[in-house]
Design a protein around this ligand. Structure first.
Ligand SMILES: NC(=O)c1ccc[n+]([C@@H]2O[C@H](COP(=O)([O-])OP(=O)(O)OC[C@H]3O[C@@H](n4cnc5c(N)ncnc54)[C@H](OP(=O)(O)O)[C@@H]3O)[C@@H](O)[C@H]2O)c1
Length: 293
């Protein structure tokens, strides 16, 4: 199968390209240099030049503070960009998958969100991604919307300046004696390799629709940091931040844990517990360091 990956040099996109290639697919890796989401003609040209049967759109404007400062830009990239991709897919008879986010929810449920729960985003980023979901599902005949959460991968996140949470914690643990991390925001840390494997599994199915796609279980950022230091044996004193110690500049959900109900019902879920995902990431990180030395 011919697969186009948008955002191919991103944190998630690079693992998505690798996963499809491993499965024997022909991958057309499209970066920002190849197409501009806010320009329908460049989306159309890049896709028409390669004629993919399956499209994975990981590209996005997703720096939350930048989206809040430029909501029109966020809507143009994340919503109108998704519309252009969906329109091309419908015309070509191709399948489109749109990578979305846990930030479509307000976090007030206090229990894992299902695909059937009503989305109520708190910020411009979440609103723009929800609009992208709607354009995708309203226009494309064959589509997957996959909501992911707190992702981390071996390639740096281009929008967030390079270091994912694991790398940031490990770096800070070498620089400081004590670290303070928030314990009142709950997420499910999810490695990008598992999301990539999930997208491959979805591409082999015709169970089109909306899916939650995160690792199993949940934790606070403090608990995530604690597990990183436990597994790596990093020597640093970890403390819970006081309420309000790190005020968010933009409203964010305090609880954005997702349940992969639709994937499980369709018997397509590939995700494991978030602690296993972390171990896999740390092992791959060690192997990469050994190979590079
Ligand atoms: N990071 C998270 O924790 C998180 C959580 C939930 C959902 N997500 C979603 O996961 C997806 C992948 O995130 P990631 O961490 O892999 O991001 P990333 O590393 O920042 O990669 C994003 C990619 O999109 C490209 N891009 C940005 N704006 C574009 C535009 N206007 N036109 C064309 N390409 C554009 C970037 O290119 P340049 O860098 O060259 O501009 C880059 O290749 C996004 O859809 C995001 O909304 C992320």
């Amino acid at each position: 199968m011919k697969v186009a990956v948008l955002g191919a040099n991103g944190q998630l996109g690079s693992d998505v390209c690798a996963a499809f290639r491993r499965n024997g697919d022909e991958v057309v890796a499209l970066t920002h240099a190849d197409l501009e989401l806010t320009s329908a003609s460049t989306v159309e040209a890049a896709l028409s030049a390669s004629m993919p049967e399956f499209i994975v759109n990981t590209a996005a404007m997703h720096h939350v503070e930048k989206c809040e400062a430029d909501p029109v830009g966020a809507l143009q990239a994340n919503a109108i960009g998704a519309k252009s991709v969906a329109e091309w897919a419908k015309r070509a008879g191709s399948t489109v998958s749109y990578v979305s986010t846990d930030y479509v929810f307000d976090g007030k449920k206090g229990a894992p969100y299902l695909e059937t729960d009503v989305a109520a985003p708190l910020n411009a980023y979440g609103i723009s991604k929800l609009a992208g979901e709607h354009f995708t599902s309203a226009i494309a005949t064959k589509y997957f919307v996959l909501r992911v959460s707190a992702i981390y991968g071996q390639q740096p996140c281009r929008a967030k300046g390079g270091l994912n949470f694991v790398e940031l914690m490990l770096k800070l643990s070498q620089e400081r004696d004590e670290l303070r991390v928030v314990d009142d925001e709950f997420i499910t840390p999810t490695p990008t390799v598992q999301i990539a494997a999930q997208l491959v599994a979805l591409s082999r199915s015709s169970n089109y629709g909306l899916y939650h796609g995160t690792a199993e279980g949940s934790c606070s950022w403090y608990e995530f940091a604690s597990e990183i230091f436990r597994v790596t044996g990093a020597r640093v004193r970890l403390e819970k931040a006081r309420p309000g110690e790190f005020p968010a500049k933009v409203p964010r959900p305090k609880y954005s844990v997702l349940e992969n109900r639709a994937l499980k019902t369709a018997r397509l879920n590939v995700f494991t517990d978030w602690r296993d995902g972390l171990k896999g990431y740390l092992n791959a990180r060690t192997e990469a360091a050994v190979a590079a030395s």
